[in-house]
Ligand binder design. Sequence first.
Ligand SMILES: [Zn+2]
Length: 89
Amino acid sequence: MECYYCKGDLQEGVVPYFVKRKGYQIVIDRVPAYICSQCGEYMFREKEVDLIQEIISLLEQKIAMIIPENLNHAYICNDSSDIPIHHAL
Ligand SMILES: [Zn+2]
């Protein structure tokens, strides 16, 4: 396979996947992908694209239950460290 952008060789590897949606973000550390050895562009395989779309649509439904409708009026914690689940009680 060759790169869509520069026609360089695509090689199998892993890349991080990042998506930012309203009210949440998802980072998956290592997703298999085809990576261009020339320009560094990458393409995900159909299987992973389908799985990621499933994850997002599931999360989308659940996240709607916990995120207040009006985010502007909600207290937003800026501390990025993990909060243990038992502290949430
Ligand atoms: Zn390329």
